[in-house]
Design a protein around this ligand. Sequence first.
Ligand SMILES: O=P(O)(O)O[C@H]1O[C@H](CO)[C@@H](O)[C@H]1O
Ligand SMILES: Nc1nc2[nH]cnc2c(=O)[nH]1
Length: 314
Amino acid sequence: MAINEGAEILSEFSKTVDTIRGRLPAKLHTPLIGIVCGSGLSGLAASIRDKVEIPYDEIPGFGRSTVAGHGNALAFGLLGRDGIPVVAMLGRFHPYEGHPMSTVVYPIRTFALLGVKNIIITNAAGSLNPKIPVGTIVTIQDHLALPNLTGHLNPLLGPVLPAPFDTRFQPISTAYSFSLRKIAFRAAHELQFPRSALTEGIYAWVSGPTYESPAEGRFLRNQGADVVGMSTIPEVVAAKHAGMEVLVLSLVTNMVVIPDKYRSAREEVDAEIAGIPLPPVIEEEVTHSEVLEVGLAKGDDMRKLVEKIIELLG
Ligand SMILES: O=P(O)(O)O[C@H]1O[C@H](CO)[C@@H](O)[C@H]1O
Ligand SMILES: Nc1nc2[nH]cnc2c(=O)[nH]1
């Protein structure tokens, strides 16, 4: 990268930080914890006190989320008994919306420059694991990111950026903070959540926006993934790259459609010819409205969990 290109990038980030701080009282200038709200989960910010919302279109460098269930503002304020300064993205940018990867992770890098040390990233996800039903919250312990391994969607592709984003070869084996994951389970215990409400698992990242075909779902399951979604991993990579401790909480909003057996067109025609009555067939499909409905129904559990985690962190 040319020296002046690096200077341009830094100058854009400093415009972003100055604009944000210019809109905030001094006590909110340095949020310690960042939150990313997944599909239908912007209610996570409901209990932020002394809240100041800044619309994305008033923040230099920010994109605009076009997905139902995602807001378009940063919410700053205080959370927990001790009034910890936090910042929440009320909606995120997904690569499938057409945002370049630099835009997808721009808010995460902004969080780092504002002073965020711990980030809690949430999402809505489909379950690939029959033992993880709809409504469960999954603490992510690892990921399978095919678009990072083989495609062009790794947010760190391209010239090395200026410090503090200047690590060329970023290790990712410790991306999911063990201490934050333990705090999540302690928080669930203190909230007296049933044991089954929070579990651990592996998130498969796909580019979307198609939901999985049965063969794709089976493939991801066979590779060890428990849940699948179309977001989060670029944010995790950028947050780790910027030196943050990362916690990811996925809310299972649907089961990925992976039938045990395919419906055979040949068998059905044979049965029809032989006059054998056939049982009614229900063909399943995932919809985004179902994803949002579960987000609405279970969003309060997610909010309580995130708040308790922040209290324990403080
Ligand atoms: O990951 P979040 O943003 O929560 O949203 C999930 O829900 C949408 C699909 O229903 C996709 O965007 C998927 O990634
Ligand atoms: N890829 C993917 N993303 C989701 N987000 C919420 N549910 C799903 C799902 O089933 N598949």
